[in-house]
Design a protein. Structure first.
Length: 99
């Protein structure tokens, strides 16, 4: 009985974790210049994308954003829920970069 409860609990926690990991919205295209984030007041993101009118905080689990620093690029990214924080920018999860 304990084994069944443990297995059920483990399965439930795994299911919850996998469902909550989709904390992003649909992907969109963005255009701009990738720069290192540097020191910021909002303290999230490894890089930023500067566009003509705005800027976005960036992170990526699949793309090395350092390779594109200083370059004008097109990125595919989705909004990360819960951001902007403390007056900071929208936080994007980058999945693809084209220069």
């Amino acid at each position: 009985m304990r084994l069944a409860i443990t297995l059920f609990t483990s399965f439930f926690l795994l299911l919850q974790t996998s469902c909550s990991s989709g904390r992003t919205h649909n992907e969109e295209k963005y255009y701009g210049i990738i720069k290192p984030a540097g020191i910021t007041t909002y303290q999230y993101g490894t890089h930023r994308l500067e566009t003509q009118n705005d800027f976005y905080a960036l992170k990526s689990d699949t793309v090395n954003l350092e390779e594109y620093e200083g370059q004008e690029v097109e990125i595919m990214a989705s909004h990360i829920e819960g951001y902007a924080v403390d007056g900071g920018p929208v936080y994007l999860l980058v999945t693809k970069v084209k220069n």
